[in-house]
Design a protein around this ligand. Structure first.
Ligand code: PRX
Length: 635
């Protein structure tokens, strides 16, 4: 019998030891006993981090949708698979049973096929948090098309970049989306993006807000009539274990976003196994993750992980502040949520509005609280623990990444004793280590260094779409034979891990990863701008906010700085999306640079964070005199 469900600490240690000593036997047992395969594997694992290459369950054949849907029909056909809670609290929630999900996914899969989508084709899904988003995702998986879900808050330019990078043949979208009291013209954004994408042949449009939109003859089609005419039976495509399941873009510290490629079997096994344990999910629980399916959290822990376990997973269309800041708690009460998974930025925003709106609702159904996306600060942790969990529901602070596919370091609730701001212990099968700057592993406890992983786990991303070299350079070159996460961490006296934050040029704002380079590129395109540098600084709700240092071209003309600030933020909004807007923009005469011409962001970061007494040695700079000028004009 495999240890699919861990229930106490001793068992955790025992299973963890086994997973590390005999990873292949361990994962083979989990895979064998808890999933359906059309053909079993010939080899459990083959790996080489120097190439880098990782292959799990080679030779196996399966379809992930059979694991997420079909196999549940025998015992859970009438159980709610997806519970959709609309933006407007007065609109009825929709319960989609496993039987209905099966029919809807099959219909959608048939529509994809009728529109010439085949195994291996890339399909871009730019859909708000409505059931069609989950159904479209699963429909792609059903026929072996590779989905690339793009968060429906990205701008036309960011969408076009992603569509072109993956060479998508089709875009699935909606007329528009509801977001609190606002509507967003999604189809307009798609139209604008597609002016620069020649690869897209077809656009399928779901109707959500009933707005007037432009339909391009020969390219655009309304989705619903096609679904209505499609058969509810669609044979699932046979997929090889290592066939790509999806591409999901994440920001890098330089240039283009990285299209992380996840493959089928390993991703399925790991997302399902982590879901079961990290949430201690039991058969009749109602589970809610507030993320958007446009991020990895939604892929693994709204769609695949929960459905592979036959769970009821909630999809929420709206925002935590609409119609008021009690909305999350109203939903918890209404649907008797048992596991609730959200981001620290949301907790901080809600905490700001006091406890009145939390106390108003009955939250006694809650058993597990989760946190993800950025470090959770002590104050937010306690607020969550005291007011939402009433000190009875353990908080799992789950550390992981788009690249890891599933949770890597996290407490298991009711198993691992929690500690505020600590992600605690590695999940089963995960072998973290801390490295110093010279590439030496830091042994023992009470050490701090760069967080790496020593051994592959089933859901590690296999490559960056179209750029394996970049994958190698980004993740496998900093430290020999190790996956480098880009994060710093410390290990305390009992071996618990605390993530201290990014050590590269990625800044996490409200839980969203933002690379500095694309933002700087957007700013530098402004005709008045000569150069710019972006750093993060502490923000009480967003965690980090963006501070921009901008150098203007010397044209002899005087410019209105407030207008320029607006124009710069407008340019960022158009290029990347409103999430990347700068909170502060300082116009400065120069940027501190090393003698080789590299911007010294460390100094800029300290100035933005008001840590001026701690700037370190600036005398080796090419232009030490600019530092004082920047300090004098600090915002
Ligand atoms: O810096 C870490 C931070 O978010 C990064 C990964 O971002 P992304 O790929 O967008 O995935 C987010 C959702 C899994 C990490 O490198 N991060 C994520 N979770 C935590 C965290 N930092 C501290 N604590 C966490 N629990």
């Amino acid at each position: 019998m495999s240890n699919y469900h861990i229930k106490h600490l001793e068992e955790y240690f025992q299973v963890y030891r086994k997973s590390v000593r005999e990873p292949e036997n361990f994962w083979e047992e989990i895979a064998e006993e808890h999933f359906v395969w059309r053909k079993k594997w010939d080899k459990v694992l083959e790996w080489d981090f120097t190439k880098p290459e990782v292959k799990w369950f080679q030779g196996a054949q399966l379809n992930i949708t059979e694991n997420c849907i079909d196999r549940h029909l025998a015992t859970r056909a009438d159980k709610t698979a997806i519970l959709f809670e609309p933006n407007n609290p007065d609109e009825k929630a929709e319960q989609i049973t496993y039987r209905q999900l099966h029919q809807r996914v099959n219909q959608f899969a048939n529509v994809l096929k009728e529109n010439r989508i085949q195994k291996g084709d890339r399909v871009c899904i730019y859909v708000p948090m409505i059931p069609e988003l989950a159904v479209a995702t699963l429909a792609c998986a059903r026929i072996g098309a590779i989905h690339s879900v793009v968060f429906a808050g990205f701008s036309a330019s960011a969408l076009a970049t992603r569509i072109n990078d993956a060479d998508c043949k089709m875009v699935i979208t909606a007329d528009g989306s509801f977001r609190g009291s606002k509507t967003i013209d999604l189809k307009g954004i798609v139209d604008e993006a597609l002016e620069n994408c020649t690869c897209v042949e077809t656009v399928l449009v779901a109707k959500r807000i009933n707005s007037e939109i432009n339909m391009k003859e020969g390219r655009d089609q309304w989705l619903q009539p096609l679904l209505d005419n499609a058969s509810t039976e669609c044979e699932a495509e046979t997929m090889n274990a290592e066939d790509p399941l999806f591409i999901l873009y994440t920001s890098g510290s330089t240039g283009m976003p990285k299209g992380m490629v996840h493959t089928t079997a390993g991703y399925m096994v790991y997302s399902a196994y982590t879901f079961k344990n990290a949430f201690q999910y039991k058969e009749n629980d109602v589970y809610w993750c507030t993320a958007d399916i446009g991020w990895i959290t939604g892929h693994s822990y709204i769609v695949y992980g929960p459905l592979a376990n036959g769970a009821t997973t909630v999809m929420f269309e709206g925002v935590p502040s609409y119609p008021d800041f009690g909305r999350f708690w109203q939903i918890v009460e209404k649907h008797k949520i048992n596991q609730f998974y959200t981001a620290p930025t949301a907790i901080r925003a809600l905490a700001k509005h006091g406890t009145g709106l939390v106390d108003k609702y009955d939250l006694t159904s809650l058993k597990v609280l989760g946190s993800v996306g950025e470090p959770i600060n002590e104050e937010a942790w306690h607020w969550y623990n005291d007011n939402v969990g009433k000190k009875k529901s353990p908080i799992i602070d789950t550390w992981w990444q788009t690249e890891t596919g599933g949770m890597m370091i996290t407490p298991i609730p009711y198993v691992t004793p929690t500690k505020p701001t600590y992600a605690t212990l590695p999940f089963i099968g995960i072998q973290p280590c801390l490295m110093d700057e010279n590439g030496k592993e830091l042994e023992g406890n009470q050490v701090e260094g760069r967080l790496c992983i020593k051994h592959p786990w089933p859901s590690i991303a296999r490559t960056i779409w179209g750029n394996h070299q970049r994958y190698k350079e980004t993740y496998f070159s900093a430290f020999e034979n190790k996956y480098f996460t880009g994060d710093g961490a410390l290990r305390d006296e009992v071996g618990y891990y605390r993530i201290t934050g990014r050590v590269d040029d990625v800044i996490i704002v409200s839980g969203h990863n933002l690379g500095t380079a694309p933002i700087e590129d957007a700013i530098n395109e402004h005709p008045a701008v000569a150069e710019s540098a972006i750093v993060g600084f502490p923000h009480d709700i967003k965690g980090s906010a963006l501070y921009g240092y901008v150098i203007l071209k010397d044209t002899g003309e005087s410019r209105n700085h407030d207008n320029l600030r607006k124009e710069i933020n407008q340019a960022i909004s158009e290029k990347i999306g409103p999430i990347a807007k700068l909170d502060k923009i300082q116009f400065s005469e120069g940027l501190p640079k090393t003698r080789s011409g590299k911007i010294m962001r460390r100094i800029l970061r300290k100035i933005a964070s008001n840590e001026m007494d701690n700037l370190g040695d600036t005398s080796t700079l090419l232009n030490p005199e600019v530092v004082q000028n920047i300090i004098d004009n600090r915002l």
